[in-house]
Design a protein around this ligand. Structure first.
Ligand code: MEV
Length: 463
């Protein structure tokens, strides 16, 4: 069979691409195939029809057809489920409430490190949090070839109230819940791009993350702006014709939706079991934070460790980890240089360690009422408000960072990490349960290394 794309572009396609296309035919209407049809197609096209691959996909289906259908319908073209370990980090004392945090994460040692950090702070007053603000933002980005002051007058005396009025229906429910549009501003960006302006709106979305609400308001802004400019007497026909609504979209950067989480104690109470003195521990820990504040290479890894704790709870509670990631990293770069999200002081004999985290999450809407494990997570956390969830997430990030830095400045990261990774290595080697138990005992007081485990495993097998 000749493939249409090949025929059409035969002369212009590089050989390598032609070869690839010949081996893997493009598909029409993939989304309309049944689940089994999709599997048959991908296994025949990419996996040499190997039944083993079909079995893998089938193995991960849920026997409960209704539950499977629910999962299938979260996304598109689903052919299986992708499991992630779901763990619990207990003993988190947050604002005097004792919580067990649900964490969905595949990386060994993250849940263990969180649990260890939680326990460390349990008898030192635990974690305290403060919601600093809760404003979310969105923009209508548009091009209009007019004098900025003329547009500003039009915005102040005509457009602004029309934008509020035009979104009254959309905002009604949110206003009843105490939220809504807080303000709308006209922003002149013409110095950066000719004729570029923004309607910049701030929102309070209460317990929802608010993405759909914000985007609906913004799309209405785009329509109202178009209508109002078309009817405005102060603009010439050429000016009116120059209007282009480029896009209406929320910003995942929420520098005015911030929560602070902190821990503190006397340096003399910073007992660490690694053998270094409390003073040396406090000093080294603070140096590690300062290094992350001034050195972007280190800050990236430092913040990655923080996000280990945050993303795991974000996923377990059905929130959008890509949004929390991009927001955190944008905030970490706000000075123009990428820096640490956490900070530390050791003044007057007091060790203080904190994070200021911009984060927009919801406890209603999205997956929160649909995914059974998300519902479980929220119930486990005592059905938190969005602000309480912000606090829990900031604590999880701070605890994770405390755990990582504590290891880094004392024993090194590999000791704890490899201990947790041991089972992965043994599973790769096909170890039995008895062999796993033998190795867990064997490595109780030794540092695990990949090549050593393999060698020891061979020895055990040959015995
Ligand atoms: C590993 O996932 C995270 C760490 O590298 C974080 C850090 O170095 O601070 C341990």
């Amino acid at each position: 069979m000749t493939i249409p794309i090949l025929k059409k572009h035969a002369n212009s396609l590089p050989l390598k691409l032609i070869f690839t296309i010949m081996n893997h035919k493009p598909v029409e209407g993939f989304s309309k195939l049944t689940k089994q049809g999709k599997i048959d197609w991908i296994v025949s096209q990419y996996l040499e029809n190997d039944a083993h691959y079909k079995k893998i996909l089938n193995q991960y289906w849920n026997d409960d057809a209704a539950l499977q259908k629910l999962h299938d319908e979260f996304s598109e073209n689903t052919v299986s489920n992708f499991y992630m370990p779901y763990g619990i980090a207990p003993n988190f004392l947050i604002n005097n409430k004792l919580l067990a945090l649900p964490m969905a994460i595949e990386e060994s040692s993250v849940v263990a490190a969180a649990s260890k950090a939680a326990k460390f702070w349990l008898d030192k007053g635990g974690f305290k949090t403060t919601i600093i603000n809760t404003e979310k933002l969105g923009h209508t980005h548009f091009i209009l070839n007019v004098e900025p002051h003329k547009l500003l007058n039009f915005f102040n005396f005509n457009l602004k109230q029309k934008l509020f009025a035009a979104t009254e229906d959309i905002t009604k429910n949110m206003r009843n819940r105490g939220g809504g549009i807080l303000d709308i501003k006209l922003i002149d960006k013409t110095a950066e791009l000719p004729n570029y302006f923004q309607l910049k709106a701030s929102f309070d979305t209460k317990d929802s993350m608010g993405a759909n609400f914000i985007n609906s308001c913004l799309e209405q802004f785009g329509k109202t702006l178009k209508e109002e400019v078309a009817n405005a007497e102060q603009f010439s026909p050429e000016e009116k014709n120059s209007l282009q609504i480029v896009m209406n979209i929320l910003s995942n950067y929420t520098p005015d939706c911030i929560v602070r989480a902190e821990v503190s104690c006397k340096i003399e109470d910073l007992k660490d079991d690694s053998g270094i003195s409390n003073e040396e521990f406090a000093w080294k820990f603070k140096q590690a934070v300062i290094i992350a504040e001034i050195e972007p290479y280190r800050a990236t890894t430092h913040n990655k460790g923080i996000m280990n704790g945050i993303d795991a709870v974000v996923i377990a509670t059905g929130n959008d980890f890509r949004a929390t990631e991009s927001c955190a990293h944008a905030y970490a770069s706000r000075s123009g240089k990428y820096s640490s999200l956490t900070h530390c002081t050791t003044d007057n004999g007091i060790f203080r360690f904190w994070i200021d985290l911009p984060i927009s999450v919801g406890v209603v809407g999205g997956l929160t009422n649909l995914h059974p494990l998300v519902k479980f997570s929220l119930a486990l956390l005592g059905k938190p408000s969005a602000q309480e969830l912000m606090s829990i997430l900031a604590v999880s990030g701070l605890a994770q960072n405390f755990g990582a830095l504590r290891s880094l400045v004392t024993t090194g990261i590999q000791k704890g990490h490899m201990k947790m990774h041991l089972l992965n290595i043994l599973n790769q080697l096909g170890a039995t349960e008895d062999e796993k138990q033998y190795f867990v005992n064997y490595y109780k007081d030794k540092t695990v290394s990949h090549h050593e485990v393999i060698a020891e495993f061979e020895k055990l097998k040959n015995k």
